[in-house]
Design a protein around this ligand. Structure first.
Ligand code: PHE
Length: 336
């Protein structure tokens, strides 16, 4: 009788977890066949005890092994099904895209400034006259408006595509009191002829720092820190300049040197490259945005992301950023 059980156990096969569990309960469960046999063992005459005992021990071992073995082979099958499960899947690897170089550089700039406490602010690309011009000390008919060839939307001169992200700074000051430390990355638009060096769409990161007793020295140290972190060098010069919203104003050049043909193209052969505009925020602008200029002062700066990406990656033509040529874009697939 026990021999028969051993045979059944050895030949048992199961395809599901449930069937294996049922088998385990039938043989090894607390009311199972083995339990019953062990109970019978006591009634077996002494001269048969040895054979009987050996037989039920063998049965117990075989049943236990069987459960383990069936479970393992079921798991193997499930794993295989997981790997080879979807037979309609393509046999070719799926190509993975790359981050756009403008995003790569934008993220680097954000990273550098966030380490010294700047947050990131954003605003609309379609702006009104106040936020793009008037609040920034550029009243209607101000000649400096010509510096920024503007795209107006429809026939309403109050609706336009922002020409810089200084508009975001205005919005930020209107909604936050100092201390303010914010950078505003974003897309801007200017009605300019497209060439290797200029485009009607490009990207900026503008920065704003407002607190008590902020001076031009703070601005300069921030610029030195930025160029050092971003380019690994901080040989910069500040050239006096003019912006309606800052006073005094300056343009920042970085010394790039002349090594490759691209260097000659992007630095116009002087070795110096203008990378941003900056200055102390004009008190009238603070006033326009609800900040008391008698209590607070601050600096602002603004740079074009394309310009910086061209420098970092030795790209000689700004149009490449907008053509979406995969041969160009995939060169950045190692960048985070
Ligand atoms: N808004 C200026 C531009 O777009 C850049 C700038 C920002 C200059 C802040 C000075 C201060 O050209």
């Amino acid at each position: 009788q026990v021999k028969e059980h051993i045979n059944t156990v050895q030949n048992f096969e199961a395809q599901s977890k449930e069937a294996i569990e049922a088998f385990r309960i039938e043989y090894l469960g607390s009311k199972g066949i083995l339990k019953e046999l062990f109970t019978k063992f006591k009634e077996v005459p002494n001269d048969q005890k040895k054979d009987f005992g050996q037989a039920i021990n063998e049965l117990k071992q075989k049943a236990t092994d069987k459960v383990v073995q069936l479970k393992a082979s079921l798991e193997d099958k499930q794993e295989e099904a997981g790997i080879y499960g979807d037979l309609t899947r393509s046999g070719y690897p799926t190509p993975v895209g790359a981050r756009h170089p403008i995003n790569v550089v934008k993220n680097q700039i954000i990273d550098v400034f966030s380490r010294i406490g700047f947050n990131v602010s954003e605003g609309p690309e379609i702006e009104d006259d106040w936020h793009n011009f008037t609040a920034l000390n550029l009243p209607a008919h101000h000649p400096a408006r010509d510096m920024q060839d503007t795209f107006f939307i429809q026939t309403d001169p109050d609706v336009l595509l922002r020409t810089h992200t200084s508009s975001v700074q205005v919005r930020y000051m209107e909604n936050n009191q100092p201390p303010i430390r914010t950078i505003s990355p974003g897309r801007v638009f200017r009605n300019e002829a497209i060439s290797a060096r200029a485009h009607c769409i490009f990207h900026q990161v503008e920065g704003l720092y407002i607190d008590k007793n902020v001076s031009f020295a703070d601005l300069k140290q921030t610029l030195l820190y930025f160029t050092k972190e971003m380019f690994g060098k901080s040989e910069i010069r500040l050239r006096p300049s003019y912006f309606p919203f800052t006073e005094p104003s300056a343009e920042v050049d970085i010394y790039w040197g002349l090594e490759t043909e691209t260097d000659y193209r992007i630095t116009k052969g002087t070795g110096w490259l203008e990378i941003m505009g900056c200055g102390m925020v004009d008190p009238a602008v603070l006033q326009n945005c609800g900040i008391d200029p008698n209590e607070y002062s601050g600096f602002a700066f603004g740079m074009g992301i394309e310009r910086i990406a061209m420098l970092l990656y030795q790209i000689g033509d700004i149009r490449m950023f907008f053509e979406n040529d995969v041969r160009f874009l995939k060169q950045f697939s190692n960048s985070l």
